[in-house]
Design a protein around this ligand. Structure first.
Ligand SMILES: [Zn+2]
Length: 127
């Protein structure tokens, strides 16, 4: 998922957030104590965590009453990037810093971006 929202831009100190999205229950072990969480905007659905050591974005936690608990890991922190699936969507594309000439679907606006996010989660977490 490529998110162009201004919070992701700020959190990642980059023009967009590039995150691997997983069900929290599919991760092994607890969230490392080396991650320090903060909430960047209300409602506090997404907790964004940075490494206490290097201060780099490390882990995001998304809890919602209608979806499974979700972990989002900045791609830069993922070891074995070649095994990561291709992006499925550009979200909040209206906030992009530049145009993207790719075949990845682009969603604009809060509602459309949220719906696209939820729909792709439900599609990939169907089992
Ligand atoms: Zn975002």
């Amino acid at each position: 998922m490529l998110c162009h929202c201004t919070v992701c831009q700020r959190f990642n100190s980059f023009e967009y957030g590039d995150t691997l999205v997983l069900r929290l229950k599919d991760l092994v072990g607890p969230v490392p104590e080396s991650v320090s969480f903060d909430t960047y905007r209300p409602p506090p659905n997404i907790q964004r965590g940075v490494c206490k050591g290097c201060k780099q974005p490390a882990f995001e936690l998304f809890r919602s009453p209608i979806l499974p608990d979700i972990a989002m890991i900045p791609l830069a922190m993922h070891q074995g990037v070649e095994s990561v699936p291709d992006p499925v969507s550009h979200l909040f594309y209206e906030h992009r810093c530049r145009d993207f000439d790719d075949n990845v679907p682009k969603y604009q606006g809060y509602l459309r971006s949220q719906l696209a996010f939820g729909k792709s989660l439900l599609g990939s977490f169907g089992s």
